[in-house]
Unconditional design. Structure first.
Length: 139
């Protein structure tokens, strides 16, 4: 069975709303943090991509909310780059609580751009290869 990459975060007070649970938009903050950790783990951190001439913009985000997390709870964010196209890639996330209950399922699509011109470019070969090698190694 494939072992997913999981990034764990503790819910901060500022992540919650007046109802006492995580504000809906903050699930995307969690996804952003987890994607950064995933990219560092596969060996292609965002900063290195930019130094090599490729930046990325988020162009689409979706989330299905299935539960809620509260202050001081740990959330475990299963993260993977699930699709790589010509100039974009999609990251998929499953966010669970400490009881392994699914709180949210999300996806974020990023488009690769030239940092100076902001014109669309192809997904770097280094990212493609790193993701492929990482996902194969996980089973």
């Amino acid at each position: 069975m494939k072992q997913p990459f999981v990034y764990t975060m503790r819910v901060r007070f500022r992540d919650t709303d007046m109802q006492g649970h995580v504000y809906f938009g903050n699930y995307f903050v969690f996804c952003d943090e987890a994607l950064g950790a995933y990219m560092r783990t596969v060996g292609v951190p965002w900063q290195d991509m930019v130094k090599s001439g490729t930046d990325m913009f988020y162009v689409n985000a979706n989330c299905d909310y299935l539960g809620s997390a509260r202050f001081e709870e740990d959330v475990h964010i299963e993260t993977r780059i699930s699709r790589i196209g010509t100039s974009s890639f999609t990251s998929s996330f499953v966010i669970r609580n400490e009881r392994d209950e699914t709180l949210a399922k999300a996806s974020v699509t990023s488009v690769c751009v030239d940092p100076e011109s902001r014109v669309k470019v192809t997904v770097p070969v280094a990212l493609r290869e790193a993701v492929a090698a990482f996902e194969v190694a996980r089973g």
